[in-house]
Design a protein around this ligand. Structure first.
Ligand SMILES: Cc1cc2nc3c(=O)[nH]c(=O)nc-3n(C[C@H](O)[C@H](O)[C@H](O)COP(=O)(O)OP(=O)(O)OC[C@H]3O[C@@H](n4cnc5c(N)ncnc54)[C@H](O)[C@@H]3O)c2cc1C
Length: 380
Protein backbone atom coordinates (compact mmCIF):
# COMPACT_ATOMS: atom_id res chain seq x y z
CA UNK A 1 0.00 0.00 0.00
CA UNK A 2 1.26 3.46 -0.94
CA UNK A 3 0.31 5.45 2.10
CA UNK A 4 2.22 8.73 1.98
CA UNK A 5 -0.18 11.60 2.51
CA UNK A 6 0.85 13.08 -0.86
CA UNK A 7 1.37 11.23 -4.13
CA UNK A 8 2.51 13.10 -7.21
CA UNK A 9 2.03 11.45 -10.60
CA UNK A 10 4.58 12.69 -13.13
CA UNK A 11 8.09 14.08 -12.51
CA UNK A 12 7.92 16.86 -15.11
CA UNK A 13 8.13 20.54 -14.18
CA UNK A 14 4.73 20.69 -12.52
CA UNK A 15 5.01 17.47 -10.52
CA UNK A 16 8.62 18.08 -9.44
CA UNK A 17 7.93 21.63 -8.23
CA UNK A 18 4.83 20.55 -6.27
CA UNK A 19 6.74 17.64 -4.70
CA UNK A 20 9.63 19.92 -3.73
CA UNK A 21 7.24 22.40 -2.06
CA UNK A 22 5.38 19.68 -0.14
CA UNK A 23 8.65 18.24 1.17
CA UNK A 24 10.45 21.45 1.99
CA UNK A 25 7.60 23.72 3.13
CA UNK A 26 5.21 21.23 4.77
CA UNK A 27 8.01 18.89 5.86
CA UNK A 28 5.92 15.95 4.63
CA UNK A 29 7.07 12.82 2.81
CA UNK A 30 5.88 12.62 -0.78
CA UNK A 31 5.97 9.81 -3.35
CA UNK A 32 6.55 10.77 -6.98
CA UNK A 33 5.51 8.22 -9.59
CA UNK A 34 6.99 8.56 -13.06
CA UNK A 35 6.30 6.19 -15.93
CA UNK A 36 9.46 7.08 -17.84
CA UNK A 37 12.95 6.01 -16.80
CA UNK A 38 13.92 9.59 -15.89
CA UNK A 39 12.62 12.73 -14.20
CA UNK A 40 12.26 16.08 -16.01
CA UNK A 41 9.28 15.26 -18.26
CA UNK A 42 9.68 16.79 -21.70
CA UNK A 43 12.49 19.07 -20.50
CA UNK A 44 14.78 16.11 -19.91
CA UNK A 45 18.28 16.18 -21.36
CA UNK A 46 21.16 13.75 -21.26
CA UNK A 47 24.80 13.69 -22.29
CA UNK A 48 25.28 11.84 -25.57
CA UNK A 49 27.83 9.09 -24.85
CA UNK A 50 29.73 9.32 -28.14
CA UNK A 51 30.16 13.11 -28.35
CA UNK A 52 29.72 14.41 -24.79
CA UNK A 53 27.07 16.83 -26.08
CA UNK A 54 24.00 17.50 -23.94
CA UNK A 55 20.89 16.65 -25.98
CA UNK A 56 17.33 17.73 -25.18
CA UNK A 57 15.57 14.43 -25.87
CA UNK A 58 12.09 15.90 -26.44
CA UNK A 59 13.11 18.93 -28.51
CA UNK A 60 14.99 22.14 -27.70
CA UNK A 61 14.10 23.67 -24.33
CA UNK A 62 15.13 27.21 -23.41
CA UNK A 63 14.07 28.62 -20.06
CA UNK A 64 12.66 32.13 -20.37
CA UNK A 65 10.48 34.18 -18.08
CA UNK A 66 9.44 37.68 -17.11
CA UNK A 67 8.49 36.57 -13.61
CA UNK A 68 10.89 37.48 -10.77
CA UNK A 69 9.22 34.83 -8.57
CA UNK A 70 9.76 32.03 -11.11
CA UNK A 71 13.37 33.04 -11.77
CA UNK A 72 14.12 33.28 -8.05
CA UNK A 73 12.55 29.87 -7.47
CA UNK A 74 14.23 27.99 -10.32
CA UNK A 75 17.71 29.44 -9.84
CA UNK A 76 17.81 28.02 -6.27
CA UNK A 77 18.50 24.70 -7.96
CA UNK A 78 21.43 25.83 -10.08
CA UNK A 79 22.73 28.65 -12.23
CA UNK A 80 21.65 29.29 -15.80
CA UNK A 81 23.87 30.36 -18.69
CA UNK A 82 23.22 33.68 -20.42
CA UNK A 83 22.16 31.89 -23.63
CA UNK A 84 19.66 33.96 -25.62
CA UNK A 85 17.69 32.07 -28.22
CA UNK A 86 17.77 33.03 -31.91
CA UNK A 87 15.80 31.17 -34.54
CA UNK A 88 16.68 31.23 -38.22
CA UNK A 89 14.42 30.10 -41.03
CA UNK A 90 15.30 28.73 -44.45
CA UNK A 91 12.74 29.77 -47.06
CA UNK A 92 13.31 29.35 -50.81
CA UNK A 93 17.02 28.67 -50.19
CA UNK A 94 17.53 31.95 -48.31
CA UNK A 95 17.99 32.44 -44.58
CA UNK A 96 16.03 34.85 -42.35
CA UNK A 97 15.59 35.66 -38.66
CA UNK A 98 12.34 34.75 -36.87
CA UNK A 99 10.11 36.04 -35.40
CA UNK A 100 9.67 38.50 -38.26
CA UNK A 101 11.61 41.66 -37.37
CA UNK A 102 13.18 44.60 -39.15
CA UNK A 103 16.16 42.49 -40.24
CA UNK A 104 13.78 39.89 -41.73
CA UNK A 105 11.87 42.61 -43.61
CA UNK A 106 15.12 44.17 -44.92
CA UNK A 107 16.24 40.71 -46.10
CA UNK A 108 12.90 39.98 -47.77
CA UNK A 109 12.91 43.35 -49.59
CA UNK A 110 16.72 43.39 -50.03
CA UNK A 111 17.07 47.00 -48.91
CA UNK A 112 17.12 49.07 -45.73
CA UNK A 113 13.67 49.61 -44.28
CA UNK A 114 13.03 51.99 -41.39
CA UNK A 115 10.75 51.03 -38.46
CA UNK A 116 8.16 53.54 -39.68
CA UNK A 117 8.18 52.14 -43.20
CA UNK A 118 7.92 48.60 -41.81
CA UNK A 119 4.82 49.66 -39.88
CA UNK A 120 3.30 51.08 -43.06
CA UNK A 121 4.22 48.01 -45.11
CA UNK A 122 2.60 45.70 -42.62
CA UNK A 123 -0.55 47.71 -41.93
CA UNK A 124 -1.00 48.56 -45.62
CA UNK A 125 -1.66 44.90 -46.37
CA UNK A 126 -4.02 44.20 -43.51
CA UNK A 127 -7.66 43.21 -43.67
CA UNK A 128 -9.77 42.56 -40.56
CA UNK A 129 -8.58 39.30 -38.85
CA UNK A 130 -11.96 38.98 -37.08
CA UNK A 131 -13.69 38.23 -40.39
CA UNK A 132 -11.26 35.40 -41.37
CA UNK A 133 -12.90 32.03 -41.92
CA UNK A 134 -9.72 29.95 -41.94
CA UNK A 135 -6.09 30.10 -40.79
CA UNK A 136 -4.79 31.33 -44.14
CA UNK A 137 -7.16 34.30 -44.22
CA UNK A 138 -6.32 35.17 -40.62
CA UNK A 139 -2.55 35.01 -41.18
CA UNK A 140 -2.80 37.18 -44.30
CA UNK A 141 -4.93 39.65 -42.38
CA UNK A 142 -2.26 39.82 -39.67
CA UNK A 143 0.97 40.00 -41.70
CA UNK A 144 0.10 40.19 -45.41
CA UNK A 145 0.31 37.58 -48.17
CA UNK A 146 4.04 37.81 -48.95
CA UNK A 147 5.22 37.11 -45.40
CA UNK A 148 2.50 34.51 -44.95
CA UNK A 149 3.64 32.59 -48.02
CA UNK A 150 7.31 32.80 -47.09
CA UNK A 151 7.15 31.92 -43.41
CA UNK A 152 3.76 30.55 -42.39
CA UNK A 153 2.05 28.65 -45.22
CA UNK A 154 4.39 25.68 -45.75
CA UNK A 155 5.43 25.44 -42.09
CA UNK A 156 1.82 25.40 -40.87
CA UNK A 157 0.85 22.80 -43.49
CA UNK A 158 3.67 20.56 -42.20
CA UNK A 159 2.86 21.22 -38.54
CA UNK A 160 -0.78 20.24 -38.93
CA UNK A 161 -0.51 17.96 -41.99
CA UNK A 162 -3.34 20.03 -43.42
CA UNK A 163 -3.81 22.88 -45.89
CA UNK A 164 -4.01 26.11 -43.80
CA UNK A 165 -7.28 26.87 -45.65
CA UNK A 166 -8.74 23.79 -43.92
CA UNK A 167 -7.65 24.90 -40.45
CA UNK A 168 -9.78 27.07 -38.14
CA UNK A 169 -8.65 30.72 -37.73
CA UNK A 170 -8.57 30.40 -33.90
CA UNK A 171 -5.39 28.29 -34.00
CA UNK A 172 -3.47 31.56 -34.19
CA UNK A 173 -4.39 34.60 -32.13
CA UNK A 174 -1.49 36.77 -33.26
CA UNK A 175 1.73 36.44 -35.22
CA UNK A 176 4.60 38.27 -33.55
CA UNK A 177 6.19 40.96 -35.73
CA UNK A 178 8.85 43.37 -34.46
CA UNK A 179 9.69 46.64 -36.13
CA UNK A 180 13.15 46.78 -34.52
CA UNK A 181 16.41 44.95 -35.18
CA UNK A 182 15.94 42.84 -32.05
CA UNK A 183 16.50 39.33 -33.42
CA UNK A 184 15.98 37.48 -30.11
CA UNK A 185 13.30 34.81 -30.25
CA UNK A 186 11.97 35.60 -26.76
CA UNK A 187 11.55 39.03 -25.22
CA UNK A 188 11.72 37.94 -21.54
CA UNK A 189 14.44 39.52 -19.41
CA UNK A 190 15.42 36.17 -17.85
CA UNK A 191 16.64 33.56 -20.33
CA UNK A 192 19.08 30.69 -20.40
CA UNK A 193 19.68 26.97 -20.13
CA UNK A 194 20.81 25.25 -16.92
CA UNK A 195 24.60 25.47 -16.64
CA UNK A 196 24.84 21.85 -15.46
CA UNK A 197 22.04 20.53 -17.68
CA UNK A 198 18.33 19.92 -17.23
CA UNK A 199 19.00 16.44 -15.79
CA UNK A 200 20.97 18.01 -12.90
CA UNK A 201 18.34 20.70 -12.38
CA UNK A 202 15.64 18.08 -11.83
CA UNK A 203 17.94 15.91 -9.71
CA UNK A 204 18.35 18.91 -7.37
CA UNK A 205 14.64 19.83 -7.34
CA UNK A 206 13.85 16.27 -6.29
CA UNK A 207 16.83 15.85 -3.94
CA UNK A 208 14.95 16.37 -0.66
CA UNK A 209 15.21 13.10 1.35
CA UNK A 210 11.47 13.27 2.06
CA UNK A 211 10.82 12.73 -1.69
CA UNK A 212 10.73 9.12 -2.96
CA UNK A 213 10.90 8.91 -6.74
CA UNK A 214 9.56 5.73 -8.34
CA UNK A 215 10.70 5.62 -11.97
CA UNK A 216 9.32 3.26 -14.65
CA UNK A 217 6.05 3.16 -12.74
CA UNK A 218 2.77 3.90 -14.47
CA UNK A 219 -0.02 5.29 -12.30
CA UNK A 220 -2.34 2.65 -13.79
CA UNK A 221 -0.25 -0.18 -12.34
CA UNK A 222 -0.26 1.15 -8.75
CA UNK A 223 -3.58 2.96 -8.67
CA UNK A 224 -5.22 0.26 -6.55
CA UNK A 225 -2.40 0.52 -3.97
CA UNK A 226 -3.04 4.17 -3.17
CA UNK A 227 -4.63 4.82 0.20
CA UNK A 228 -8.01 6.64 -0.10
CA UNK A 229 -6.69 9.14 2.46
CA UNK A 230 -3.85 10.28 0.19
CA UNK A 231 -4.01 13.44 -1.88
CA UNK A 232 -2.97 12.70 -5.46
CA UNK A 233 -1.49 15.43 -7.64
CA UNK A 234 -1.96 14.01 -11.12
CA UNK A 235 -0.02 15.45 -14.09
CA UNK A 236 -0.83 12.70 -16.60
CA UNK A 237 -3.62 12.99 -19.18
CA UNK A 238 -6.98 13.87 -17.64
CA UNK A 239 -8.96 11.72 -20.11
CA UNK A 240 -6.72 8.71 -19.42
CA UNK A 241 -7.33 9.11 -15.67
CA UNK A 242 -11.05 8.65 -16.34
CA UNK A 243 -10.49 5.75 -18.78
CA UNK A 244 -11.53 7.91 -21.76
CA UNK A 245 -15.15 7.72 -20.61
CA UNK A 246 -16.30 10.56 -22.89
CA UNK A 247 -13.75 9.99 -25.67
CA UNK A 248 -10.13 10.94 -26.31
CA UNK A 249 -8.72 14.46 -26.35
CA UNK A 250 -6.66 15.07 -29.50
CA UNK A 251 -2.97 15.99 -29.52
CA UNK A 252 -0.25 16.68 -32.05
CA UNK A 253 2.84 14.54 -31.78
CA UNK A 254 6.43 14.82 -33.01
CA UNK A 255 9.05 12.47 -34.38
CA UNK A 256 12.75 13.16 -33.82
CA UNK A 257 15.39 11.78 -36.18
CA UNK A 258 18.83 11.85 -34.54
CA UNK A 259 22.11 12.04 -36.49
CA UNK A 260 25.76 12.33 -35.42
CA UNK A 261 27.93 14.11 -37.98
CA UNK A 262 31.67 14.11 -38.35
CA UNK A 263 32.01 17.87 -38.54
CA UNK A 264 32.65 20.60 -36.00
CA UNK A 265 29.59 22.65 -36.86
CA UNK A 266 26.59 21.53 -38.92
CA UNK A 267 24.46 24.67 -39.15
CA UNK A 268 26.15 27.37 -37.04
CA UNK A 269 23.28 27.80 -34.58
CA UNK A 270 20.89 25.89 -32.31
CA UNK A 271 17.66 25.90 -34.31
CA UNK A 272 16.87 26.40 -38.00
CA UNK A 273 13.24 26.23 -39.15
CA UNK A 274 12.45 24.99 -42.66
CA UNK A 275 9.37 26.83 -43.86
CA UNK A 276 9.00 25.29 -47.35
CA UNK A 277 6.37 22.57 -47.69
CA UNK A 278 8.72 20.45 -49.86
CA UNK A 279 11.18 19.91 -46.97
CA UNK A 280 9.56 17.16 -44.88
CA UNK A 281 10.89 18.19 -41.43
CA UNK A 282 9.96 21.42 -39.65
CA UNK A 283 13.28 22.20 -37.98
CA UNK A 284 16.81 21.05 -37.22
CA UNK A 285 18.30 21.34 -33.72
CA UNK A 286 22.06 21.31 -33.17
CA UNK A 287 22.61 20.89 -29.46
CA UNK A 288 26.29 21.81 -28.98
CA UNK A 289 25.36 25.45 -29.67
CA UNK A 290 23.43 25.64 -26.39
CA UNK A 291 26.74 25.33 -24.54
CA UNK A 292 29.60 27.07 -26.33
CA UNK A 293 31.20 27.42 -22.86
CA UNK A 294 31.72 23.63 -22.70
CA UNK A 295 34.90 23.86 -24.73
CA UNK A 296 35.65 20.17 -25.27
CA UNK A 297 32.41 18.97 -26.88
CA UNK A 298 31.94 22.35 -28.57
CA UNK A 299 35.34 22.32 -30.29
CA UNK A 300 35.32 18.61 -31.13
CA UNK A 301 34.92 17.44 -34.73
CA UNK A 302 31.59 15.75 -34.01
CA UNK A 303 28.13 17.19 -33.64
CA UNK A 304 24.65 15.86 -32.87
CA UNK A 305 21.65 17.14 -34.79
CA UNK A 306 18.01 16.22 -34.67
CA UNK A 307 15.41 16.67 -37.39
CA UNK A 308 11.92 17.34 -36.07
CA UNK A 309 8.84 16.07 -37.90
CA UNK A 310 5.28 16.90 -36.94
CA UNK A 311 2.90 13.94 -36.63
CA UNK A 312 -0.75 13.24 -36.03
CA UNK A 313 -1.13 11.78 -32.55
CA UNK A 314 -2.73 8.44 -31.88
CA UNK A 315 -3.14 6.52 -28.63
CA UNK A 316 0.24 5.35 -27.26
CA UNK A 317 2.31 8.09 -28.93
CA UNK A 318 3.91 10.99 -27.01
CA UNK A 319 1.39 13.84 -26.75
CA UNK A 320 3.05 17.22 -27.38
CA UNK A 321 0.57 19.92 -28.36
CA UNK A 322 -3.15 20.11 -27.47
CA UNK A 323 -5.47 20.77 -30.41
CA UNK A 324 -7.61 23.76 -29.61
CA UNK A 325 -10.93 22.93 -31.29
CA UNK A 326 -14.50 23.30 -30.02
CA UNK A 327 -14.83 19.51 -29.79
CA UNK A 328 -11.77 19.16 -27.55
CA UNK A 329 -12.73 22.10 -25.33
CA UNK A 330 -16.22 20.64 -24.82
CA UNK A 331 -14.72 17.23 -23.98
CA UNK A 332 -12.27 18.84 -21.55
CA UNK A 333 -15.16 20.57 -19.76
CA UNK A 334 -16.83 17.17 -19.25
CA UNK A 335 -13.67 15.73 -17.73
CA UNK A 336 -13.15 18.83 -15.56
CA UNK A 337 -16.67 18.38 -14.25
CA UNK A 338 -15.81 14.79 -13.24
CA UNK A 339 -12.56 16.02 -11.69
CA UNK A 340 -14.52 18.37 -9.42
CA UNK A 341 -16.26 15.31 -7.98
CA UNK A 342 -12.86 13.79 -7.01
CA UNK A 343 -11.64 16.18 -4.30
CA UNK A 344 -8.67 13.95 -3.37
CA UNK A 345 -7.16 14.35 -6.84
CA UNK A 346 -5.65 17.62 -8.04
CA UNK A 347 -5.08 17.76 -11.81
CA UNK A 348 -2.10 19.78 -12.94
CA UNK A 349 0.52 20.21 -15.63
CA UNK A 350 0.02 20.43 -19.36
CA UNK A 351 -1.45 16.91 -19.68
CA UNK A 352 -3.78 17.22 -16.69
CA UNK A 353 -5.01 20.68 -17.77
CA UNK A 354 -4.88 20.00 -21.54
CA UNK A 355 -3.01 23.14 -22.45
CA UNK A 356 0.31 24.32 -23.77
CA UNK A 357 2.52 25.92 -21.14
CA UNK A 358 6.09 27.11 -21.41
CA UNK A 359 8.24 25.89 -18.52
CA UNK A 360 7.92 29.13 -16.57
CA UNK A 361 4.12 28.98 -16.76
CA UNK A 362 4.25 25.37 -15.55
CA UNK A 363 6.45 26.46 -12.59
CA UNK A 364 4.08 29.32 -11.80
CA UNK A 365 1.01 27.08 -12.01
CA UNK A 366 2.69 24.53 -9.73
CA UNK A 367 3.66 27.18 -7.15
CA UNK A 368 0.13 28.53 -7.24
CA UNK A 369 -1.39 25.03 -6.94
CA UNK A 370 0.78 24.38 -3.88
CA UNK A 371 -0.16 27.66 -2.19
CA UNK A 372 -3.88 27.69 -2.94
CA UNK A 373 -4.85 24.01 -2.97
CA UNK A 374 -2.30 22.12 -0.88
CA UNK A 375 -0.87 24.46 1.77
CA UNK A 376 -4.23 26.18 2.26
CA UNK A 377 -5.89 22.83 3.12
CA UNK A 378 -2.99 21.43 5.14
CA UNK A 379 -3.83 20.48 8.71
CA UNK A 380 -0.50 19.09 9.91
C1 LIG B 1 8.80 20.37 -28.67
C2 LIG B 1 8.62 21.23 -27.46
C3 LIG B 1 9.53 22.22 -27.18
C4 LIG B 1 9.36 23.03 -26.07
N1 LIG B 1 10.27 24.02 -25.83
C5 LIG B 1 10.12 24.82 -24.76
C6 LIG B 1 11.05 25.89 -24.53
O1 LIG B 1 11.98 26.11 -25.29
N2 LIG B 1 10.84 26.66 -23.43
C7 LIG B 1 9.81 26.45 -22.55
O2 LIG B 1 9.69 27.20 -21.57
N3 LIG B 1 8.94 25.44 -22.75
C8 LIG B 1 9.06 24.63 -23.83
N4 LIG B 1 8.17 23.59 -24.02
C9 LIG B 1 7.11 23.35 -23.02
C10 LIG B 1 7.59 22.41 -21.86
O3 LIG B 1 7.93 21.15 -22.39
C11 LIG B 1 6.47 22.30 -20.83
O4 LIG B 1 6.27 23.55 -20.22
C12 LIG B 1 6.75 21.32 -19.70
O5 LIG B 1 7.09 20.07 -20.19
C13 LIG B 1 5.51 21.19 -18.82
O6 LIG B 1 5.77 20.35 -17.74
P1 LIG B 1 4.65 19.35 -17.18
O7 LIG B 1 5.15 18.87 -15.89
O8 LIG B 1 3.32 20.02 -17.23
O9 LIG B 1 4.55 18.18 -18.27
P2 LIG B 1 5.56 17.06 -18.73
O10 LIG B 1 6.93 17.60 -18.88
O11 LIG B 1 4.97 16.38 -19.89
O12 LIG B 1 5.59 16.05 -17.49
C14 LIG B 1 4.55 15.12 -17.23
C15 LIG B 1 5.19 13.86 -16.72
O13 LIG B 1 4.16 12.95 -16.29
C16 LIG B 1 4.53 11.65 -16.66
N5 LIG B 1 3.31 10.83 -16.72
C17 LIG B 1 2.26 11.02 -17.58
N6 LIG B 1 1.32 10.08 -17.36
C18 LIG B 1 1.79 9.29 -16.37
C19 LIG B 1 1.27 8.12 -15.71
N7 LIG B 1 0.09 7.61 -16.06
N8 LIG B 1 2.01 7.56 -14.73
C20 LIG B 1 3.23 8.09 -14.37
N9 LIG B 1 3.76 9.17 -14.97
C21 LIG B 1 3.05 9.77 -15.95
C22 LIG B 1 5.21 11.83 -18.01
O14 LIG B 1 6.03 10.73 -18.34
C23 LIG B 1 6.00 13.13 -17.78
O15 LIG B 1 7.31 12.86 -17.30
C24 LIG B 1 8.27 22.81 -25.19
C25 LIG B 1 7.35 21.82 -25.47
C26 LIG B 1 7.49 21.05 -26.62
C27 LIG B 1 6.46 20.03 -26.94
Amino acid sequence: MLNTKYIVVGAGVFGSVVAERIASVLNEPVTVIEKRGHAGGNCYSEIDRETGIECHRYGSHIFHTSSDAVWEYITQFGAFTGYRHKVLAVSGGKIYFLPINLKTLCDVHQRFITPEEAQRLLSGEKTDPATATNLEEKAIALIGRELYEKFIKGYTAKQWEKDPRDLPPDIISRLPVRTSFNTDYFSDPYQGVPKDGYFKLFERILSDPRISLLLNTDFKSIRHEISPDSTVIYTGMIDEFFDYRFGMLEWRSLRFEWETHRCRDYQGTTVVNYTDAEVPFTRIHEFKHYHPERREPFDSDKTVICKEYSKTWSHGMEAYYPVNTGRNQALLKQYQELARRNPNVIFGGRLGCYRYWDMDKAVLAALDCFESRIKENYHG
